[in-house]
Write a protein that binds this ligand. Structure first.
Ligand code: NAP
Ligand code: MG
Length: 499
């Protein structure tokens, strides 16, 4: 036993003591102040107010960002309306497609700078920004560029028409990628856009505004206005918005739903999650454990579809728990700019406080907490990867979204039992199933009330694949063919002489 412990310690130490491999900050240019991107130009806010954006790994201020008020929102919506009426809806679809392709290629050309800014501003490991966020953002523009002139083929028998001006509000966990998920399908369908990024992570959206300007997109087609929740509310409540696309918390989603009730505004709401990751006893366990680690600790658990609840079949529980604990010890937590880092900084002090609050709640509820013994930096916002065992199904840590690197673990005996437990939350965004049997996968995927179910993998994204929730995880789909429909009026049937 002593020898085994020594071997493990050596393994952990060697993983943690890798020589630093930092990405260079010099790969990015961040201005000391950013204005609002309205009508193709960067303009000072009418509010005359700015607020700081910090690096959550160091607590240093990176830049100052304009705080748009209702008058700024109005100006941006007017610019989007004029661009819609005079330019964008009249432009031949294949020309629209060319602009979207151009934006996609420019994101690729500036991928390194965008990754560095994403990591500095939001705290996620550079490996993730570089290998996931930025390429996925570019892929969304490429994918939807292809659809721009093929909309009638996407909806046979229909004559698809754009809706008009889309107001789009996004969260801080995938800032550039969320902007791409919102902007690319709007442009492909002929709508114009006013987008508000999250106040903690506006910098890559502003860099995207620079790209859009450089791509010569007609002024007003995309407007990017920064600000707080009040800015988002002003956008939602603006009378000349035709569609709201919101990604964020279920609480704000409910406020938006109330605000637009009784109006003609269409909406898609992509909200919170509390996904179940399910390991059956016939699963390849090492692969499953790696998938679970990726599912919850990836991006510090700041993932709406994070596999935050693990269900393990009783007969392999001990084995899986041992493997998980061992793997937890090898995860590297720290400088997000270091290419070795697995878990970067928590996005904000408020979010770290929320996570810590749940760690206390979990213990008060009687669950057993296990944290990795890894050292975390003294400055910045960091959290050790944490697992809870002895968790009750009704406990708050297994029902509420924590949005941090915290995993609850429960056991099950039968398929029916785990289906019932997995479905027993207010959310329904995603789930994961690990088993050797195709029949089990099909049985579960049809019964799990979740928009996405991954089998023997986790957190796989592709622009061709729709994404969205059941229940309190929201409604509407983004991505794929399904992601076009919420931006179109499909009431009119196709007049055949057109073809
Ligand atoms: P949030 O607090 O709901 O904020 C989301 C966005 O809404 C931010 O831009 C925010 O501005 C803005 N906002 C705040 N109050 C508003 C209001 N009254 N009216 C209009 N806009 C308002 O969510 P978050 O904390 O940034 O993000 C985390 C949440 O997003 C989690 O629940 C996560 O599950 C969810 N999420 C879901 C998906 C999905 O696809 N389903 C994807 C990613 C994240 P400020 O930044 O200024 O507050
Ligand atoms: Mg920041």
């Amino acid at each position: 036993m002593a020898t085994k412990n020594n071997t493990l310690k050596l393994k952990f130490d060697s993983a943690r003591n890798l020589a630093p491999a930092p990405e260079s900050k010099n790969a990015a240019t961040i201005a000391s102040r950013y204005d609002l991107f309205v009508n193709g130009k960067f303009e000072k806010p009418l509010s005359r107010k700015y607020f700081g954006s910090i690096n959550p790994a160091t607590e240093e201020k990176l830049s100052e960002i304009a705080d748009a008020n209702a008058a700024d929102v109005d100006k941006a919506v007017k610019a989007a309306r004029v661009a819609y009426d005079r330019t964008w809806k009249k432009m031949p679809a294949k020309e629209r497609g060319k602009y979207i392709f151009r934006i996609a290629r420019m994101i690729q050309e500036k991928a390194r700078e965008l990754s560095v800014i994403e990591t500095l501003d939001g705290g996620k490991p550079i490996r993730e920004s570089r290998d996931f966020d930025v390429p996925t953002a570019a892929n969304h523009f490429f994918y939807y560029a292809g659809w721009a002139d093929k909309l009638p083929f996407a909806f046979p028998g229909k004559d698809p028409e754009p809706l008009g001006v889309a107001g789009q509000i996004i969260p801080w966990n995938f800032p550039l990628m969320m902007a791409a998920w919102k902007i690319a399908p709007s442009l492909a369908t002929g709508n114009t856009v006013v987008l508000k990024p999250a106040e903690n992570t506006s910098l890559t959206a502003l860099k995207l505004a620079e790209i859009i300007q450089e791509a010569d997109l007609p002024p007003g087609v995309v407007n990017i206005i920064t600000g707080t929740g009040a800015t988002g509310a002003a956008l939602v409540n603006h009378a000349d918005i035709n569609k709201i696309a919101f990604t964020g918390s279920t609480d704000v989603g409910k406020i938006i739903q109330r605000a637009i009730a009784g109006t003609n505004k269409k909406a898609t709401l992509e909200l919170g999650g509390k996904a179940a990751n399910i390991i059956f006893d016939d699963a390849p366990l090492d692969q499953a454990v790696e998938g679970v680690i990726n599912g919850i600790f990836f991006n510090q658990g700041h993932v709406c579809c994070a596999g935050s609840r693990l269900y393990v079949q009783e007969s392999v529980y001990k084995q899986v728990l041992r493997k998980l604990k061992d793997r937890l010890e090898t995860l590297i937590v720290g400088d997000p700019m270091d290419k070795n880092t697995d878990i970067g900084a928590i996005n904000s002090k408020e979010q770290l406080n929320t996570i810590n609050k749940y760690l206390k709640i979990g213990q008060q509820e009687g669950a057993e907490m296990y944290q990795s013994s890894v050292d975390i930096p003294g400055k910045g916002f960091f959290c050790r990867p944490t697992i809870f065992t002895n968790v009750a199904q009704s406990s708050r840590i297994s029902q509420e979204e924590i949005f941090g690197p915290v995993l609850t673990i429960q056991t099950f005996r039968t398929d029916d039992e785990v289906i019932e437990k997995a479905n027993n939350t207010p959310y329904g965004l995603s789930a994961g199933v690990w088993t050797d049997k195709g029949s089990k996968i099909f049985n579960l995927t049809t019964k799990l009330r979740a928009g996405v179910v991954w089998a023997n993998t986790y957190n796989q994204f592709d622009p061709t694949s729709p994404f969205g929730g059941y229940k309190e995880s929201g409604y509407g789909r983004e991505g794929g063919l399904h992601g076009l429909a919420p931006y179109l009026n499909l009431d009119k049937d196709c007049s055949f002489n057109r073809w």
